[in-house]
Design a protein around this ligand. Structure first.
Ligand code: SF4
Length: 744
């Protein structure tokens, strides 16, 4: 890989993003579909049920799937337009090789030849520099079967420790915090518990835009009388309909959680019996929060003391409650501490493991939950097993038919893989459904690092922004072109059903991975004929682990509209609500409901620290980044769907009227936001729904429209999630219009 082989416009001309529209068969109301397929939306972690209408091997539309209990037919704007990603002019129908002689930078190459080239390059690099010189990066949009296969492929076929996934940018702080406190990384409750809560606490979650169907649960809870508390630096749509908004300064969430716990203890709003009977570590946490008086909490968080007192009283006095959070507190260099602070509030209240008493992170990616359970993480083996644990290694090695000593040790996180590429420690990369040039922070560094690769192969269904730099592109599969399972935000394992065949020479991703293994002459363990066969092995590999899928079958999923893990036997119906009194788990073995040998949950002191880069004299504003409802993550799909692009064609900078006045900015004018790493010029939206000391930019775009030119690569020391939600910037009226025009 080197710099772009031709000008970006020439690549765009051929590979897009172009916009799909409703045309032809899709517009004809008289068309009778060949079949109607019950499946799920391909985008966010809600995984709403949907029925796809199929004619002539093309998805021509959708119908609601009213029976699916999570969304009961409801869909958001992305869900109702998701069918337009199929039969798209940009769909990759062939393998391609980098070709400077081609005006578009790439020439089609027969699939088998492309696979041979990939195998030759892997072999060459590994012979020259060692097995660890080749890395893989995969995605949390893949089915769980594929994520399982990617973890196995890295360890058994490539024999490299360097594999990780883009869930590293999404849910890992919540996962690490949940494991430290509960011993297990999964939403504790089904969403139906939200409806029975007296108080719903939402921290750092733009629910209405990023998890739209969850909004319906929150609103139903409110109809039932619940008080809704929202903590966010922006008045997001859910914030506009809440009972109490706490407009926190970005990066100060631990202070608020500690301040609330301080008031709970002071006012006796804690459940002593639960704390004594089911937890350890409370006293240490109680003394740590003594200093978090309302005055100090208000000073650090920027929230008025009155709001803090009101929130503590509602939360403290409630009989039932549901606390949820998302990337707003997790995308932080102290994301795990934020999560632990939230969990301390839940544990002190004793409101968990019962009907209407819940806690969850709202996963972002489509398979955000399942994608972090079965081994594509750098330190993990299937069933949420630990790659550093000799017993876990021995069990999984026995399933895979290899010597445990042959399994590599733990690797490093996705960003550290990029740093290793920059240091020439990794020379080759395979990526699948991962677009790091858009999605990683400080992405000018990422691009420069990736340019050092000797060989880069990208597997995807569209030419994503990073794949433009690839040596070989392999045409993978869209969600509707394959079957398999995914884990939803609730922890519900559901089944994606195949609607159409892959077009052209495109293949299901698991076939591509196996083809590479065979071309490398390392076929052992890569002879599956279907996702079902992969799933059957995954069930065995997960057996006895925390995420035990051994009792889940495709048929049980269909029969029950999903199965919540753990599900350790054929007779078991699954576990919708974790931590119920008397519940069994493979770690506590009956000693208590939490996943530790003594069955008790852990309080953990949540230590406050300032953001890695705070506003200062040179860069006096805080930038926070996030999503808009019409786009999804790095935009590989949604920037190609016409009606979604019509809804939000370009990124923008949200600015409070006070700040706009100070800088002489008006609605619609262009401004340049600049951090220590890069600058971006975008149109200004003057809104009263943001703190005056903070600006917001959505991150779904590439090139010079990418918000991640500005963000900082500081990471949480435990979860290694990057700090997307705060960095220091300055803002000024733009002198010149941006260089690049739509689309990109
Ligand atoms: S809420 Fe998520 S899963 Fe549901 S339709 Fe929207 S994008 Fe799809």
């Amino acid at each position: 890989m080197a710099t772009l082989v031709v000008q970006p416009e020439s690549i765009t001309e051929k590979f897009g993003p172009h916009l799909s529209k409703s045309t032809g068969m899709r517009l004809d109301p008289g068309v009778v579909p060949d079949k109607v397929v019950e499946t799920h939306c391909c985008f966010c972690g809600q995984q709403c049920g949907i029925q796809l209408l199929v004619k002539h091997n093309q998805v021509i539309g959708y119908e609601p799937w009213y029976e699916f209990p999570f969304n009961k037919g409801k869909l958001c704007p992305k869900g109702v337009k998701r069918y337009l990603q199929g039969a798209h002019p940009d769909r990759l129908l062939h393998a391609y090789k980098r070709d400077p002689a081609n005006p578009h930078g790439f020439s089609p190459v027969p699939y088998e030849k492309a696979i041979r080239k990939v195998a030759e390059e892997i072999d060459r690099i590994q012979k020259k520099y060692g097995p660890s010189a080749f890395a893989s990066l995969s995605g949390a949009s893949l089915t769980t079967e594929k994520t399982y296969l990617m973890g196995k492929f890295a360890r058994v076929c490539l024999k490299t420790p360097y594999t990780d996934y883009n869930g590293r940018l999404c849910m890992v702080s919540a996962g690490a915090g949940n494991k430290k406190a509960f011993g297990v990384d999964r939403a504790a409750n089904p969403w139906s518990d939200i409806l029975k809560a007296e108080v719903v606490w939402i921290s750092g979650a733009n629910v209405a835009e990023c998890a739209p169907i969850t909004t319906d649960y929150v609103w139903q809870a409110r109809e039932n009388g619940a008080k809704v508390i929202v903590v966010d630096p922006r008045i997001t749509p859910i914030g506009r309909t809440c009972d109490l908004l706490l407009p926190i300064k970005p990066g100060r969430d631990i202070a608020l959680f500690n301040g609330i716990l301080h008031l709970m203890i002071k006012n006796g709003w804690i459940d002593h019996a639960f704390i004594e009977g089911h937890t350890i570590g409370f006293d240490e946490v109680a003394s740590a929060v003594e200093e978090w008086t309302p005055a100090r909490t208000a000073k650090i968080t920027g929230i008025a003391e009155k709001g803090i007192l009101q929130a503590a009283e509602w939360w403290g006095r409630a009989k039932t409650s549901f606390l949820m959070h998302a990337r707003g507190i997790e995308h932080s260099s102290h994301g795990v501490q934020n999560v632990l602070g939230a969990i301390n509030m839940v544990l002190a209240s004793g409101r968990i493991g019962r009907e209407g008493c819940g806690y969850a992170t709202i996963t972002g990616q489509g398979n955000g939950q399942g994608g972090r359970e079965h081994g594509q993480k750098c330190d993990q083996l299937p069933g949420m097993r630990d790659i550093s644990n000799p017993e876990h290694r021995a069990y999984v090695a026995s399933v895979w038919g290899v010597d445990p000593a042959e399994l590599p040790d733990a690797g490093v996180d996705a960003y550290e893989i990029i740093r290793k590429i920059d240091r020439n420690e990794i020379r080759g990369l395979l990526s699948i459904s991962f677009n790091p040039i858009v999605s990683l922070p400080d992405n000018n560094f990422v691009r420069r690092a990736l340019e050092k690769l000797e060989f880069y192969v990208a597997v995807d269904f569209f030419l994503n922004d990073t794949a433009r730099f690839a040596d070989i592109i392999l045409p993978g599969s869209l969600q509707e072109e394959d079957e398999g399972i995914v884990g939803t935000a609730e922890g519900r394992v559901i089944k994606i059903n195949k609607a159409i065949d892959c077009p052209g020479e495109a293949r299901e991703d698991w076939r591509i991975i196996q083809d590479i293994a065979h071309a490398l002459k390392r076929p052992h363990g890569f002879n599956f004929h279907s996702p079902r066969e992969i799933f059957d092995e995954l069930r065995i590999a997960s057996k006895g682990g925390i995420a035990d899928y051994s009792g889940i079958t495709y048929e049980k999923i269909e029969r029950q509209f999903g199965v919540f893990w753990p599900c350790p036997s054929d007779e078991h119906q699954g576990t919708p609500r974790l931590f119920e009194p008397g519940s069994w788990n493979p770690i506590a073995k009956g000693k208590g409901p939490f996943y530790f040998p003594d069955g008790r949950a852990r309080f953990n002191v949540a230590k406050y620290s300032a953001p890695a880069e705070d506003a200062d004299a040179d860069y006096p504003l805080m930038l926070t980044t996030g999503r808009v409802i019409s786009h999804f993550l790095s935009g590989t799909q949604t920037r190609r769907i016409g009606p979604l692009v019509d809804q939000c064609p370009d990124p923008f900078i949200e600015v409070h009227p006070m700040l706009a006045r100070k800088l002489g900015l008006k609605e619609g004018e262009r401004a340049t936001a600049e951090s220590r790493r890069g600058a971006i010029t975008l149109q200004v939206r003057v809104v009263r729904t943001i703190r005056p000391d903070t600006i917001f930019i959505p991150y779904h775009w590439a090139g010079n429209k990418s918000a991640n030119q500005l963000t900082i690569s500081a990471q949480d020391p435990i979860s290694h999630i990057p700090e997307y939600k705060i960095c220091a910037v300055r803002l000024r009226k733009a002198e010149t219009p941006p260089v690049e025009a739509r689309p990109h």
